[in-house]
Design a protein around this ligand. Sequence first.
Ligand SMILES: [Zn+2]
Length: 307
Amino acid sequence: MRIVPRYDLFFIAFYGLLIPGVGILVFGLTGQAVVLPFLPLMLAAYLLLALRKPWRYRRALNSPFPGEWREYLLSHSAYFRGLDQDGRLRFERDARLFLAGVRITGIGGQAAAWQTRLLIAAGAAIMLHGRPDWQPPLADGVTVYPGYSFDRNYRVERGNIAGQAPAGGPLLIAEESLKQGFADAGDGTNVLLHELAHFFDREMRKNGLKLRLRSGGAVAWSEIIAREWGRHDHGKSVLPAYAAQNEVEFFAVASEIFFENPWPLHAAHPELFEILQEFYQQDPRTILNGSELGAGHRQGLPRPASP
Ligand SMILES: [Zn+2]
């Protein structure tokens, strides 16, 4: 993650130059000097607004990462445990930026516990670890529901929805299911990673992402995943049956396993593994090898995924 994404930097510089440029042009054409004294004020007001978020990020990064947070990550994230020192520092930095930029609240705007917020940031840091240029596509933030689930009418502790990724809305997640996803590291299910995968998928379709695979030239992301879903033998898959629904669920379910238990996925479906590796620009096997998962939980097949 970046404090100021490249395209934002471009627009800030563009408008920063445009404001005095237009003022000087008006003066040149009309000879009216009345506009000139306002230019510095207008420029300052614009920069104050445009740089508000980067300033917040900078402030967050300048404060030390709390030891309590590091301990929590070490005891709750197998991925974080598997990283080397540099990797952990970058992960912590990404988590800080995420928390400074993404609004996470309980229902009705209630405050969410720091442990819950940190786990959500950890999920994003895991998925962005190989893609430092990507930003979390969560403009509407995250809403945390108490308990394990909610129903279609968003009533808490009812129904069986553990998380949801609505288009044009916040990511919704049930707090206890979020924790369970991290507690059962290596089982291949993690509702947060599943829902985040939906957001990344949607964002990259919108951005027209292309991947370059060994088997051919650059192909549009949406085309690659639809083709892979279509030719996947769902009857013999290590993915849960839920993945057969459509290419969108296929990708979200595969992403959970990719980050939690990549070995059986790689062994059974190497082409799908390569696609995910290209999409996320990382191979979690090399990271989880550094944690106890690399030696232990490789055999467990995934349980059915959350909606
Ligand atoms: Zn889904």
